[in-house]
Design a protein around this ligand. Structure first.
Ligand code: TMP
Length: 214
């Protein structure tokens, strides 16, 4: 059993549609679990009972069901509940929490994709979450057409129906976020096999855990 951490570790996986991060959340969780860590796997939007109800409103229906601002408010309402009821208690118990998406998705999708802008998303963030931040974030990067091809093959949600220009804005947005916060954010090349991507991801996570600086 690995030593219990005084405060857990909060890891988020981010990226566009079809980038394979949901598979990698499970693979990383299994690796860390096998190494003796207590791991909590979760996702956004959702992750707590209340936030899952809000998720249903967000991922179903027509692409124009909500405008960008309403969508952002729903995302942050869900996120606040998720953080308060699931993430913070788990971190307080020394666990490693791995979330399939978190607030960088709001910056990329609503901030850049829908054009709400950085400042609006930052204001919503501070109002709902204060200075709470992930310790480590992985941005799964893939050319837009490849991601959409993969996503369409597995069935689509509301966001996959947005136009291709939207998906280009969000890919550029994610890359810009990584550039602004290089300490927290690592870009993962999401091309190749699932095993190759897992190796790229877990190498960085294990190094950060060993160094004790994440
Ligand atoms: P997913 O479970 O397939 O990742 O679907 C969730 C969708 O919600 C995905 O298309 C991205 C979108 N999303 C946002 O637009 N903003 C957010 O803040 C989050 C967490 C997700």
């Amino acid at each position: 059993m690995a030593e219990q951490r005084a405060r857990g570790l909060f890891i988020t996986l981010e990226g566009g549609e079809g980038s394979g991060k949901s598979t990698q959340v499970k693979r990383l969780g299994a690796r860390l679990d096998a190494a003796g860590h207590e791991v909590v796997l979760t996702r956004e939007p959702g992750g707590s009972p209340g936030a899952e109800v809000i998720r249903e409103l967000l991922v179903t229906g027509d692409p124009d069901r909500w405008d960008g601002m309403t969508e952002a408010l729903l995302m942050f309402a869900a996120r606040r509940d998720h953080v308060q009821r699931v993430i913070k208690p788990a971190l307080g118990g020394g666990k490693i929490v791995i979330s399939d998406r978190f607030a960088d998705s709001s910056m990329a999708y609503q901030g850049y994709g829908h054009g709400l802008g950085r400042e609006t998303i930052e204001q919503l963030y501070v109002t709902t979450l204060g200075d709470f931040r992930p310790d480590l974030t992985f941005i799964f990067d893939l050319p837009v057409d490849e991601g959409l091809k993969r996503a369409n093959a597995r069935g689509s949600n509301r966001f996959e129906g947005m136009d291709v220009a939207f998906h280009h804005r969000l890919r550029d947005g994610f890359l810009y976020i990584a550039k602004l916060e290089p300490e927290r954010c690592h870009i993962i090349d999401a091309s190749g096999t699932e095993d190759q991507v897992e190796d790229r991801l877990s190498a960085i996570v294990l190094k950060a855990i060993e160094a004790g600086n994440a």
